[in-house]
Design a protein around this ligand. Sequence first.
Ligand code: ME8
Length: 519
Amino acid sequence: MADPYYITTAIHYPNGKPHIGHAYETIAADVMARFQRAKGREVRFQTGTDEHGLKMAQKARDLGVTPRQLCDEMSGYFRILFDILDISYDNFIRTTEDRHHAASQAIWQAMEASGDLYLDRYEGWYSIRDEAYYDESELTDGEGGEKLSPQGTPVEWTVEESWFFRLSKYQEPLLALYRDNPDFIRPASRRNEVQRFVEGGLRDLSVSRTSFDWGVKVPGADEHVMYVWVDALTNYLTGLGYPEKTPDFEKFWPADLHLIGKDIVRFHAVYWPAFLMSAGLPLPRQVYGHGFLLNRGQKESKSLGNVTDPVELAEKFGVDPLRYFLLREIAFGQDGSYSPEAIVTRANAELANSFGNLAQRTLSMIFKNVDGVLSVASKDDADVALETSVADAITELQDRFERLAFSEGLEAWMRAVFACNQYVDEMAPWALRKTDPDRMAAVLMTLFRCVHDLAIAVRPVVPGSIDRLLDQMGIEADARGYGALGSSDWFDTLVADGFRVDKPVGVFPRLEMPEETPA
Ligand code: ME8
């Protein structure tokens, strides 16, 4: 099989149930994974939960359960959500697994062997919420005069004995990495931010804690647990069997893409490559920091009472309309907003009324007007022109998806759908039934082929619905990749096999507009 491809999401904190941001990131990664599989690449797609750290320990204490109970329960909700959302992950990792402790200790030892770890005392402003120390200069004052981190979370002055990682030693190598690989951090705005941060100088990083024990033990220093980010980042290696040089590790490391949110780019684009350089391991090819999803323009929070359960959204509007909306509505990389009305408007306009209607019209005209029988007919200029515009749009979709510009790719796809609907109206096949049945058949067959290609192109985004459509079109489950695009071999085979279209069932129903209007 062609070219392996390894994609990861961030691993999610299971200190509560998953929220819409988790759904957004994982859907985007799933679309990318499915897109690469459609292109014939052998894909490894990993997601999971990040279960250690003070934040988890404190949340468990607040709830009166053990950290283990908390993460067992909450990690389960992430899996349930991802199954509902049709996430095609190959590996779901939990950092409390033994294999992950072993991998984290192995990378620690490799960094130690490079002389990059030393024991010292740490004093500084620590945010429990962010699990990070901040510089005095980065802090702001809260309303009550308390100190806040740049993320707006409370910080406390903390003193502890700690192991340190010689991050300062990696300033130049990191700058060289960004210089030599302009696509290492994307989008470019985030690369610039990271580069400025590193140019400003790097201080050694405190990488162990003695104040609590919910974490991976430091090898040879049992009273320390690793700073949660050391263990969290290592998940990307654990999933491939590290430290063993397994066939998966050989095949899939380095990762092609770490897909993460903009708030954790620094960890992935500064600390992670530095750890890997220190451990003598190859570096990932790209870190992409996507934007944040806002609820009607606002961050979701318990105090605003606007936290939405992604499971409810999927149940209410359907998984595929939700997936489509998220990738189509928001320019990937930027922040974006969602609301029930916006989901319904987008899904109805583009999935139900445009593509769904095109597919339904095409199949039902074939069913009614030619008894469902497919046939090979000669094409005229209009047919060739339509097929060319569909092919061009699909090429554009592929180019854009490759760069994670999902919305632009879908926009090109939508233009081709419009062109097909316009072609139906202009050709008016229903009027040709009596006057020129051969021409009518040629029009319907052109449409059948265009619907097929448009369906396969968009399948990574709305896989369940497209599979229900392709089932009705007689397309085998293993013939739904991009290899089938732009050729009519599959069509000739269907004709030769005498495949007949049955009475079609629509796959993109119109959604009802929610009744309550926004406040
Ligand atoms: O950061 N919109 O976990 P996490 C879009 N465990 N994305 C969002 C979002 C929103 N409103 N809110 C969060 C962690 N995210 C660490 C990661 S990786 C080695 C360790 C994204 O559960 C966020 O940016 O807080 C991150 O990529 C992911 O969801 C998990 O966030």
